[in-house]
Design a protein around this ligand. Structure first.
Ligand SMILES: [Zn+2]
Ligand SMILES: [Zn+2]
Length: 244
């Protein structure tokens, strides 16, 4: 009897040079770099290079020990980036396949991938969702936070493609803004979902004052300084740019 090989359901993306993620261990300790050479991807997963991660109040609460966390973990959940590689079933919120080079923004939570709801693709019903930037580092999902050169987006994450011209500082916080019910832009109503927030910013950004379009950014190796800077001035928007 003739058999056909099973379709490739998982594959590993090898990274050369290795991805770097900054690992948080405990309050008062500097973040430490971790190298990741290989990322195992399921069909709905994607690997994204981080363009910019903005610093959130919850990142600051975490490093001070004001939020409970299971360390070690990779902080950062407000980002924009570009797809490096994607599984055969990795799609955006419109069901469009993710392609290498797509500029994307994503939600702060990822479905667990293991429960009955996840098994039937009902991602939004998952009651055990994981949160980017808040998960203990574990084998196979080391790149779970955005203070890193790359992030591993799990199947079922809300992913929205965006216009390359939109300043990264406007796109990066949108996932967190939507989850927290904050407006995408000052003086507007909160968007109901991530897609709406991204489209709103795409329409409006050219009319914003220039100070809204920039952030104080530091390279990934200086993430501790970026966190300290975000702490000292509420008004400054501070980000980490892993490409610099
Ligand atoms: Zn946030
Ligand atoms: Zn689940």
């Amino acid at each position: 009897m003739k058999t056909t090989p099973a379709p490739l359901s998982r594959f590993s993306a090898r990274l050369e040079p290795a991805a770097t993620a900054m690992v948080w261990w405990e309050p008062g300790r500097r973040l430490e770099p971790m190298a990741v050479l290989e990322v195992p991807l399921r069909p709905g997963d994607s690997l994204v290079t981080v363009e910019l991660s903005t610093i959130c109040r919850s990142d600051l609460a975490m490093i001070h020990g004001d939020l409970s966390a299971s360390a070690p973990l990779v902080l950062g959940h407000e980002s924009v980036g570009r797809v490096v590689t994607a599984g055969s079933e990795a799609v955006d919120v419109d069901g469009e396949p993710l392609r290498c080079g797509d500029r994307v923004v994503w939600s702060i939570a990822a479905p667990c991938g293991a429960c009955a709801d996840c098994a039937r693709g009902a991602w939004h019903d998952c009651l055990s969702a994981r949160e980017y930037g808040h998960e203990r580092v574990r084998a196979g999902w080391e790149l779970s936070g955005a203070f890193a050169t790359h992030i591993h987006l799990r199947a079922g994450t809300d992913i929205v493609k965006s216009d390359a011209a939109v300043p990264a500082v406007l796109l990066a916080p949108l996932g967190c803004n939507v989850a927290a019910g904050r407006p995408a832009l000052p003086g507007t109503e909160p968007a109901s979902d991530l897609r709406s927030a991204v489209r709103q910013v795409e329409r409006a950004w050219r009319h914003l004052p220039s100070r809204e379009l920039t952030a104080a950014t530091l390279p990934l190796s200086r993430v501790d300084e970026a966190l300290a800077l975000a702490e000292t001035d509420d008004r400054a928007r501070v980000g980490v740019d892993p490409r610099s």
